[in-house]
Design a protein around this ligand. Structure first.
Ligand SMILES: Nc1ncnc2c1ncn2[C@@H]1O[C@H](COP(=O)(O)OP(=O)(O)OP(=O)(O)O)[C@@H](O)[C@H]1O
Ligand SMILES: [Mg+2]
Length: 310
């Protein structure tokens, strides 16, 4: 099974169920079992999803020396993700608060503390890459200098720049320029995703581009054959919260693509994996293992694409 290096953000995420957006003022609420805290963040979500699917992951990240950091260490151990490459180097661990409504819409509030000023040692990351077949580099600031370490190691590089609206986005262009497999969200695009995908493929050099389209599924563009196609979303259970849907899609795609080398098949399975994740409140919850993902994908194959399965 593939050994995959992941560098990315970890935080402790508190999810709160609300009645709708905007949130109406009321001095006190008692949402029984509507508040949960768990470890999440792009790096953790992707590492946990890959590990659940059976990939071996080396997760490089930075957490704090505070009690919140101890929660992260416990979660890494519980999820079978090694902590060897996770640095306990900041004063405080990042945290997020996610509000989600009955339709599963979510508002993510992230407090990065001083993570955007932190540095991950390049030599340490270079050692983490040894023996890996893929580098997954998140767009947290301390990962930026690690892009060229991964490239120098000759590894294919996957990244997700999330919600983006400018092809030359100054924060994200280094990531887009370095990517062989590039994911992004369609949420803030200034034009239809097909047109945007064409411009991304002209401007940058990814082999594969995937744009997450929420309930509309995802768009796949491949450099090799110039293909641009939409993959519909699937519904496998009721939606609780869409937080982390993009991370789930990204991780499952990478796992399945490493296995088959077939992007459309991998993306189809990734939409099934994401549909399970959004049936849970937390960003790192609701993941299927490889056997369950295969079984569900086969079962859905007998229905019209995109139809609810009950
Ligand atoms: N409301 C929804 N209904 C059905 N499927 C959904 C919904 N939201 C997300 N999904 C599934 O999850 C996948 C990834 O979600 P989405 O496209 O929103 O990711 P993203 O915008 O890239 O990232 P983010 O997690 O930040 O929203 C979609 O391609 C789809 O398969
Ligand atoms: Mg989205």
């Amino acid at each position: 099974m593939a050994v995959i290096a992941v560098v990315g953000h970890i935080n402790v995420e508190t999810t709160l169920r609300v009645d709708g957006f905007p949130v109406a003022y009321t001095p006190a609420r008692y949402p029984f079992f509507g508040i949960q805290s768990a470890v999440s963040g792009v790096g953790f979500n992707v590492a946990a999803a890959l590990t659940t699917l059976g990939s071996t992951v080396r997760l490089a990240s930075i957490i704090g020396r505070d009690p919140t950091g101890a929660l992260v260490a416990a979660a890494l151990s519980e999820r079978g993700i090694g902590s060897e490459w996770v640095l306990v180097a900041a004063d405080a661990t990042a945290q997020s608060v996610v509000l989600f409504d009955p339709e599963g819409r979510r508002q993510v509030n992230t407090d990065l503390k001083d993570m955007q000023e932190m540095t991950y040692p390049a030599d340490r990351f270079a050692r983490a890459l040894s023996g890996c077949s893929l580098a997954v580099v998140g767009n947290i600031n301390y990962a930026r200098p690690l892009l060229h370490i991964a490239r120098a190691a000759g590894l294919p590089l996957a990244t997700d720049v999330h919600a983006i609206a400018d092809l030359d986005d100054p924060y994200n262009r280094d990531y887009m320029a370095a990517a062989d497999i590039l994911f992004m969200s369609g949420e803030r695009l200034p034009e239809p995703p097909e047109a945007w995908a064409g411009r991304v493929m002209d401007r940058y050099t990814p082999e594969i581009l995937v744009i997450g389209l929420g309930a509309g599924g995802a768009l796949l563009a491949t450099k090799r054959d110039g293909r641009v196609e939409r993959m519909p979303a699937v519904r496998t259970r009721d939606i609780v919260s869409t937080v982390g849907a993009g991370d789930a899609l990204f991780a499952a795609f990478l796992h399945c693509y490493a296995e088959t080398g077939e992007p459309a098949t991998a993306l189809r399975k990734a939409t099934v994996f994401a549909s399970s994740k959004i049936g849970a409140a937390g960003g790192a919850e609701g993941f299927l293992d490889a056997r369950a993902l295969d079984a569900l994908t086969v079962a859905l194959g007998h229905q019209a694409t995109g139809a609810p399965s009950g």
